[in-house]
Design a binder for this molecule. Structure first.
Ligand SMILES: Cc1ncc(COP(=O)(O)O)c(C=O)c1O
Length: 385
């Protein structure tokens, strides 16, 4: 089976991890800071805080933004559930803004309308999580302008978008979001096995993220409420978590970061090749977002209802039967049983639901060969024509 995504691990990655195993530190050692600095430098961010996964990163980002009970977090319904769950972890209410049917990212015009209404009702969100879906940022310029106007904290969920760019700068750079969250899960652009990072330009947010990442405990005497008792002394200032990454993971992440441009080139070439090979098929592709350069985490297609000989499900099953591990990103979050319990229902976000009715993610990862890609396209053609 050709998978939809797969990590690319070479000898340099293996050696980097083995070196850590032979060193003094398996966790809380020097490689974590080196990984943070390398990502910060690559993205042009002032601060980067490594965490055990992007879900933890989103949770901490929401806490650092002051999100709590009585507040609202808004996000896109077409994302992994973590983009919304981070609000629930903080005790906040969650709501969604429908996607733009072309770019498949949070629709900035729909956001503007919903904010106008929310302002009248006194229910403005404290946090908006804009998802860089499939590796492509949303209309961050417009969303940032709305963040200024309405005073919400803007978090970019860039789990898919390590190495992507927006308006000429790296995603994560801090120009368009207060905080950006990356994932290093094996299916993503680079991997540290599990792992994530929160990037920000703001020193106050970075300090809070670091504190909360490690139990709310500090050894920095300038943060303490009383004089240090001695070299052993630490204080717990608030209720934090153990959301730390290990040195083993940071070593793998660093080694993968050195290969990021190689991965991005390959993903771009595969995306361009899909675009050419799929032109004659009755499919809609994700439209480019002006100013965005995707990292091509996913290659998503939508079946065009009117011309379909087979149902969406038949095409999905037919692809799997042909040895192509297609996937579907994502089931609209508001239709998950947990969110329905909170009052959401079918029809709430029609663009997200229409997308879900015809979506398919085709295999996309650096090790995908052209022969395999041809097999994907031929299988799809056989099912659609
Ligand atoms: C958009 C998005 N956000 C957040 C996450 C959570 O990432 P992690 O697995 O690193 O916690 C994922 C993972 O699939 C994702 O796709």
């Amino acid at each position: 089976m050709i998978p939809y995504a797969r990590q690319s691990i070479d000898q340099s990655d293996i050696s980097a991890v083995v070196e850590v195993l032979q060193s003094d530190w398996l966790t809380q050692g020097p490689l974590i800071e080196r990984f943070e600095q390398a990502i910060a430098q690559r993205c042009g961010a002032r601060h980067a805080v490594a965490v055990c996964n992007a879900t933890a990163g989103l949770h901490l980002a929401c806490l650092a933004a002051g999100l709590g009970s009585g507040d609202w977090l808004w996000t896109s319904p077409i994302s992994f559930v973590a983009s919304a769950n981070c609000g629930r972890y903080c005790g906040a209410s969650v709501d969604f803004v429908d996607i733009d049917p072309h770019t498949l990212t949070l629709d900035a015009a729909a956001l503007a309308l919903k904010l106008e209404q929310a302002a009248r009702q006194g229910r403005l969100p404290k946090v908006v999580v804009a998802v860089a879906f499939a590796g492509q940022s949303a209309d961050m310029r417009s969303i940032k302008a709305l963040a200024r106007q309405y005073g919400f904290t803007l978090i970019e969920d860039a789990a898919h978008a390590v190495g992507a760019r927006y308006a000429g700068v790296a995603v994560g750079n801090g120009e368009f979001a207060d905080m950006t969250v990356f994932s290093f899960h094996p299916v993503k652009i680079i991997t540290s096995a599990e792992g994530g990072m929160v990037l920000t330009h703001r020193a106050d947010l970075a300090q809070r993220l670091r504190l909360l990442r490690s139990h709310g405990v500090t050894r920095d005497s300038s943060q303490m409420t009383e004089e240090s008792h001695g070299a052993w002394y630490y204080q717990q200032l608030e209720l934090g978590f153990n959301y730390r990454i290990t040195d083993l993971q940071a070593a793998l992440g660093l080694s993968q970061l050195a290969r990021l441009d190689e991965f991005l080139d390959r993903r771009r070439a595969l995306a361009a090749r899909y675009q050419t090979l799929l032109t004659s098929l009755p499919l809609r592709l994700q439209a480019p977002q002006p100013e965005a350069e995707s990292a091509w985490h996913l290659f998503v297609v939508r079946l065009q209802g009117a011309h379909m000989q087979r149902s969406h499900r038949e095409v999905f099953d037919g692809m799997r039967a042909a040895g192509v591990g297609v996937n579907l990103h994502y089931i609209p979050i508001h239709l998950q049983p947990y969110y329905r319990e909170l009052g959401f229902k079918p029809g709430d976000f029609p663009q997200a639901e229409a997308y879900y009715a015809g979506a398919l993610s085709l295999p996309m990862y650096p090790g995908l060969t052209e022969a395999q890609q041809d097999h994907v396209v031929d299988s799809l053609r056989g099912l659609l024509t």
